[in-house]
Design a protein around this ligand. Structure first.
Ligand code: OAD
Length: 258
C-alpha cells in the first residue's frame, strides 16, 4: 500500500493509464470543497441532526413537513453550490476518454452539472453519474412513484407541501432513505461497471453505508485495484493499493489531467 505523496500520485496515474475500464465511487467528501456538508465527522450532518427524524420513510409518514423543510434547505444548498475541480476533472476525463463510469452516493447533482460543462455542445452522457442514492433535484410521488422535476417547496405547513399532478399524493424528494432499497437497475449498473473495471477510484467516502460501500469489492474480486482519495483513513483504506491522503479538489486533477 502507498500512502500518497508524489510517488503515490505517479503510481496511481500509471494504474489509470493502463486501465481499460475505470469505475469511480464518490461520497460526500468530493463535494465538501463545493460547500456541501458531509454526513460524518466533526461538522457532519449526522452530528447535528437525527437520521431517524429526517431520512427514513417512517419520519416522512410521521412529519412530512419537517422532512421537507430539511430537504428543501439541502436542495437550495445543492443548487447554489458549484462543481469543484474534482468534479470537473472527473467529467472531462470521462467525456474525453470514454472508459470511465462515475458512481456517486451524492444526491447534489454536481457531477451531472460538471458533465454538462465538460461536454460543451457535445454529449455529456459518458460523464453522467449513476446516482445510487437518488437525487435531491428530483421529486417522486410517495403514493404512485411518478418522478417529476423539482418544484419550489413551501414547507410552512402540511397543506402547502407539494402534491403529485397525477394522483395528488404527497411528493417527496427522490432520494434513498435509511431502510429503503436502492434502485435495482442503478445499483446493478454500478456493480457491473465495478466488476468490469481494472481500477476503482474511491473519492471522499467513509465507505460505511452498504450496499454502495461494496462496489469497490466487485473490482477487487476480478483482480482490479482500488485507489483511494480521502483526507482521512476510511473503512476501505486497508484494501487500497494506493491511498492518497488529501483534498479531492487538489488530488483528483493531478491524477486525471493530461
Ligand atoms: P461521509 O460523511 O460518511 O464521509 C465523507 C468522507 O469524505 C470522509 O471519509 C471524509 O474523511 C472525506 N472527506 C471530507 N472532505 C474531503 C475532501 N475535501 N476531499 C476528500 N475527502 C474528503 O459521507 P459518505 O461516505 O458519502 O446516505 O456517506 C455515505 C452515505 O451516508 C450518504 O450517501 C448518505 C449518508 O447517510 C444516505 O442518505 C442514504
Amino acid at each position: 500500500m502507498n500512502h500518497g505523496g508524489t510517488d503515490g500520485i505517479a503510481r496511481a496515474r500509471a494504474h489509470i493509464a493502463k486501465a481499460e475500464r475505470i469505475v469511480v465511487l464518490t461520497g460526500a467528501g468530493v463535494s465538501a470543497e463545493s460547500g456541501v456538508p458531509t454526513f460524518r465527522g466533526p461538522d457532519g450532518l449526522w452530528g447535528k441532526f437525527r437520521v431517524e427524524e429526517l431520512a427514513t420513510p417512517e419520519a416522512f409518514a410521521r412529519d412530512p413537513r419537517l422532512v421537507w423543510e430539511w430537504y428543501a434547505l439541502r436542495r437550495t444548498t445543492a443548487q447554489t453550490c458549484a462543481p469543484n475541480a474534482a468534479h470537473h476533472a472527473l467529467a472531462s476525463f470521462a467525456v474525453a476518454e470514454r472508459r470511465m463510469t462515475i458512481v456517486t452516493q451524492n444526491v447534489d447533482g454536481l457531477h451531472a452539472r460538471a458533465a454538462v460543462t465538460a461536454a460543451g455542445a457535445g454529449d455529456p452522457s459518458p460523464a453522467l453519474p449513476l446516482e445510487v442514492h437518488g437525487s435531491i433535484l428530483r421529486d417522486r410521488c410517495s403514493a404512485c412513484d411518478q418522478r417529476s422535476a423539482p418544484v419550489d417547496v413551501d414547507a410552512s405547513s402540511l397543506a402547502t407541501l407539494p402534491r403529485c399532478s397525477l394522483c395528488s399524493g404527497l411528493l417527496r424528494p427522490d432520494v434513498v432513505w435509511f431502510g429503503e432499497l436502492l434502485d435495482a437497475r442503478v445499483l446493478g449498473a454500478a456493480d457491473a461497471a465495478a466488476h468490469q473495471a481494472d481500477v476503482c477510484l474511491v473519492i471522499g467516502t467513509s465507505a460505511l453505508v452498504y450496499p454502495a460501500a461494496a462496489i469497490p469489492f466487485r473490482t477487487l474480486e476480478r483482480g482490479g485495484v482500488v485507489i483511494e482519495v480521502n483526507t482521512e483513513e476510511s473503512a476501505l483504506s486497508p484494501m487500497a493499493e494506493v491511498m492518497l491522503r488529501g483534498r479531492a479538489g487538489e488530488i483528483v486533477p493531478r491524477l486525471l489531467n493530461a
